[in-house]
Design a protein around this ligand. Structure first.
Ligand SMILES: [Zn+2]
Length: 123
């Protein structure tokens, strides 16, 4: 397991978000809208307590497929979980790849993809 402080992990996530913003095509990027990306230590849901099953990230929001007229738009949020990433990764390179994959996976949910479809794109 990697040992990386919360602050350090957040900094790495920021870098990866920056990198993703450069790589994601412009027309998708503008559809990301008011999407914020946050870091937490781990999921707080009881059912996610099993470390083998604890998710790497989560998407909260209304995916663009489900937007409806009159929706006043609370923020859409992606949370990246620190501890499951550290458990899973052996080194910093691993970690960066894993965070990037989680980010793309959750962005896939923002675009309305279900888990099975997202896993085809980002295994
Ligand atoms: Zn998912």
């Amino acid at each position: 397991m990697l040992q990386i402080s919360f602050e350090e992990f957040e900094k790495i996530v920021d870098e990866i978000v920056e990198k993703a913003r450069k790589e994601i095509p412009e027309e998708l990027l503008c559809m990301l809208g008011n999407l914020s990306i946050l870091v937490q230590d781990k999921s707080l849901f009881k059912e996610d307590k099993n470390p083998d099953l604890s998710p790497l990230g989560i998407y909260y929001g209304i995916s663009i497929n489900d937007l409806f007229v009159g929706y006043s738009g609370t923020d859409n949020v992606i949370v990246i979980y620190r501890i499951p990433h550290l458990n899973k990764c052996k080194n910093m390179d691993d970690l960066r790849v894993e965070i990037y994959d989680t980010l793309l996976h959750e962005i896939g949910h923002h675009f309305g993809l279900k888990d099975d479809k997202v896993h085809e794109l980002v295994p």
